[in-house]
Structures are given as C-alpha cells and as structure tokens.
Design a protein around this ligand. Structure first.
Ligand SMILES: O=C(O)CCC(=O)C(=O)O
Ligand SMILES: [Fe+2]
Length: 318
C-alpha cells in the first residue's frame, strides 16, 4: 500500500461537532483484540528493563504513577503507539496539524483497587503544585487550557475491573482550582469512600481542589465507559472523569495507557526542571516532547527526536 492510498483517520465534521459538544469521543478501535493482547504482552515484558528509561530507577521506590511516566521514550511499541495514525490523525483534526505528545502514563487497576476520584485538569498543577502545560495567554478558543488525552484499553475495561466514567459536556467549566494544594497521604490509598464508592487520587483527595468545598459531582450525569482491549477514548482533560473501583475477579486487571497531546504553541513544564508528585520525583534532564504531527515553528519546547541509538534532544531555545 502506498502512502497516498492509506486511509485518513481525521474526524468528520459531524464527529468534531459531537466532540466539541461532549468533550470526548469513543470508544474507537485502534487494534483488533488479538493484536492488542500480543502488543501488551510484548510491552509488559520490556517494562522491567529501565536501562534506557529517561527517569532513573529511584523514581520507582516512592510514588506510584510517576515511575511509569513517558516510557514511550524507551519502549518502541509505545513510541509507535503514540504516533499511530489512527490516533494522531484524529487528535490533529481537533488540535490542528502541529501536535506534541508531552506525557504518557499507565493507569492500572488491580483487584481490590479503589476507583479514581472525579477530577478535571487544565494545567496539571494539581499534584505537583506547578503548572505542567501553559497555553498562550491570548488564546481565546481554549479559555483555561487542558490537554487531549487518548486513553487506550490495553486489557478489557469493564464495570467490574474499574473502567473510566465520564460526564459528557462538562469540559467547559472548571469545578476545581489547581492552584490550591492537596495533601499527599499514601495511607489514604484504598481506605476512603466518597458517596459510597471507594475512590481516591493515588494518595491525594481531589476534593481538596474544589472551588466550592460544598459542591458535589452530579453522579446522575456520569456513565461508565466500557471498552474492549485495543479501543481508545479521546477526551479533553478538563472533562469530568473518574473510574470505578476494581470489584471484579482476582485474575482480571485493567490496564489503561494514557497519551497526552497539545499543539506546539503550548509551553510544556514552564520554568521547571523537575517534577515532584505522588510521593516521587523526577528531573527533566533527559525529557523531550515528541512531535507526532506537522512541524514545530515555535521552538519553545525541548523536542525528542528518534535516532538509531535512542533519542537525541534539540537544545532549548527560550
Ligand atoms: O484511568 C484512570 O483511572 C484515570 C485516568 C485519568 O485520570 C486520565 O487519563 O487523565
Ligand atoms: Fe485524569
């Protein structure tokens, strides 16, 4: 098949209108279930080898999420995943042609795990206390920032094993203020109920960021997003989202892989060369965002470029 004959996966005008209204679109099939199983098997085998990972092993000892950030920079199948045309074409039809992937994260739920708190993220200062992305001040189409997250189910995602929950159409108004602070307490993990549901935010309580401490998420607007392995959902990080606790069988686990995208005009990690959150810390010495589509004419971010010997980094130009 030549390039010109390949399918174009951009969202149609109707899909874009729906995305703008709802703040998400999906599930969308990226891989057949059998192919996803094979890919995840291979990725899972490679993850323990951190010799080329951009964050050192000691980020592992503390912190839950932070240790599995950005493995697309050292695991080939994950770099291929973030550049998959079925994903990137769709993201570019939302954000414009020039797109960076600035973060990936694994989101596992094992038997007995609590669900993820309801939350919205605009700057991602929520846990680190420093904004991690900053849109240009004059940008009027996006009033308060956010990123496009593409969350792919690497294993089947069910109501029993902790699938995502979404509240359609809630992406235009922030119920949370990420400049407030949350207290980190690993003891709180798996120990709290909120409105009768076991939930938490990886050692934080997202309710601490509520603009109105007396407000409660309107659960009647929520629906569980069940996904087959190999399917993804594309959503604004400012959409109200959460996940259910894993109440299912002891053999089953849920594995989500989130890739986060912004246009090249967004400044990533402004005025920061380290990130401390979830009880762990990383330095950004080897960090680079990946240009997955178009070109970078802004030059405000460190870009990772692939070479046979690994990633080489262009110097910062600000
Ligand atoms: O998978 C989860 O439970 C939460 C995912 C999430 O919050 C995100 O991808 O932004
Ligand atoms: Fe989130």
């Amino acid at each position: 098949m030549t390039i010109s004959q390949e399918t174009d996966y951009r969202l149609s005008a109707e899909e874009l209108a729906r995305f703008e209204r709802d703040g998400f679109i999906g599930p969308i099939k990226i891989f057949e279930p059998e192919e996803m199983t094979e890919r995840w098997k291979s990725i899972r085998r490679q993850l323990p080898d951190r010799s080329l990972a951009i964050y050192p092993d000691d980020a592992l000892s503390s912190g839950t999420n932070i240790s599995n950030y950005d493995r697309h920079l050292d695991v080939d199948l994950l770099s291929e995943h973030i550049m998959n045309r079925r994903i990137v074409d769709r993201v570019a039809s939302i954000l414009g042609p020039d797109v960076l992937c600035w973060r990936t994260e694994f989101f596992p739920k094992y038997p007995g795990d609590e669900g993820t708190d309801w939350h919205q993220a605009a700057t991602f200062a929520n846990a680190s206390k420093k904004p991690q992305i900053m849109w240009p001040a004059e940008d009027s189409e996006i009033p308060f920032g956010g990123t496009i997250t593409v969350w792919t189910a690497f294993t089947d995602s069910t109501k029993e094993n902790g699938c995502l929950q979404l509240m359609p159409g809630t992406h235009r108004e922030m119920n949370y203020d990420e400049s407030k602070a949350m207290d980190y307490d690993p003891e709180a993990i798996n120990s709290r109920e909120k409105e009768g549901v076991k939930r938490g935010f990886f050692g934080y309580d997202y309710r601490q960021l509520q603009k109105d401490p007396n407000w409660k998420p309107d659960e009647s607007q929520a629906f569980p997003l069940v996904m087959k392995r190999g399917e993804c959902v594309i959503f604004w990080s400012t959409l109200m989202h959460a996940s259910l606790p894993h109440t299912g069988s002891r053999k089953d686990y849920r594995m989500g892989f989130a890739a986060r995208y912004v246009p090249t005009k967004v400044k990533i990690y402004p005025d920061t060369d380290q990130v401390a959150e979830y009880g762990g810390g990383i330095t950004l010495d080897n960090y680079g965002a990946v240009l997955v589509s178009g070109e970078d004419t802004y030059g405000i971010n460190t870009i990772a470029t692939y070479s046979r010997r690994g990633y080489a980094f262009t110097p910062r130009r600000w």
